[in-house]
Design a protein around this ligand. Sequence first.
Ligand SMILES: *Cc1c(COP(=O)(O)O)cnc(C)c1O
Length: 402
Amino acid sequence: MLEGLSTEEIVERGKNVVMNTYGRLPMTIVKGEGAWVWNPEGKQYLDFVTGLAVNSLGHSHPAIVRAIQEQAKELLHTSNIYWIANQVALAERLVEHSFADKVFFCNSGAEANEAAFKLARKYAKKNFGAHKYEVVALENSFHGRTLATLTLTGQTKYQDGFDPLPVGFSYAALNNIEDLRSKVNQNTAAVFIEPIQGEGGVIPASNEFLQEARALCDQYGALLIFDEVQCGVGRTGKLFAYEWSGVVPDIMTLAKALAGGVPIGAMLAKDEVAMAFQPGDHASTFGGNPLATAAGCAVLDVMLEDGFFAGVQERAAYFQKGLEQLAQKYQTGDPVRGKGFILGWPVSKLGPEIVGACLQSGLLINCVGGKILRFLPPLIVEKPEIDKALGILDEVFRKLWK
Ligand SMILES: *Cc1c(COP(=O)(O)O)cnc(C)c1O
């Protein structure tokens, strides 16, 4: 499979045959271990992107590798017309460690949100009537690229050119309680919230806002749906981001990190809500297949080991403090924000240049909206690696920042 090709050759051949849907960097990664990745030329990078919050246990984690290898030898795929033992095992882990009673498996974040959206509509119609189908999402949110999920996404740049869009959506401003109150009413089937907006620039929802959303949903019989596709599965230093706020949703969606790099999505709900789905209402050919759910079980078993999250929280606080010191030193403006290992550093200018200079110096970071540096290091990153990343950032700012 194209072994031995250089970065340049892979990029050139890719441009010929791969659809032009990403503004890709002229870069390719062919190997990874822990917090490190390598390109075909053998150049080494510290990975603080982790495939956008996917490789949360780092690259080639032995527990995940073992689970995949062993499962591949036994069985890759059956169908959801049969019971799948690994899927049951992963659902049991998720149910045991969350508010939820039932899990639906699919293959991506968009699909998980699509499933949540369908379940919410079904539930609302069944329990309240045909008028109750509207969904309130948030401005600046991100929920995926299918037609329903890009309509949920409160950013017109993702929607332009794809209309007519599905109807029944409105948008409230994040952390604006008055605005949210004005949008939720008896026709509302669901309110969709990312506890921390990821693509929108690492913006946490305030506890007061989440509490108010919960109260409004209770008042009007609407479902509160948390999209934890990016901020869930350990990213914030707890298994789920909602645990920090104490506000419990009715439905939660997961994907990115859940199987450590194998495609997976999941939609979790309380029993009373999950019951709105009957056989035939929703499905996914690959959803929760033996391979993906073997990897998912391996990921959760590592994260649920005693002391894992204490270590994550400690190292994440250390990293955040380092970033705050740099933001202070270079007077970059707005404070560093986020939780655990999903951190955003607003820089207001030079975002792409900083990302490019870090790349040159062997550090992969990402920038959202052109002006917020986003850091998604693996949860297993060690202090010397964090020091190395902070050192590279310091050097890059010393050269670029004026
Ligand atoms: C990435 C992301 C999605 C979409 O996930 P895909 O797997 O790309 O479909 C949805 N919601 C949030 C919050 C995300 O970060």
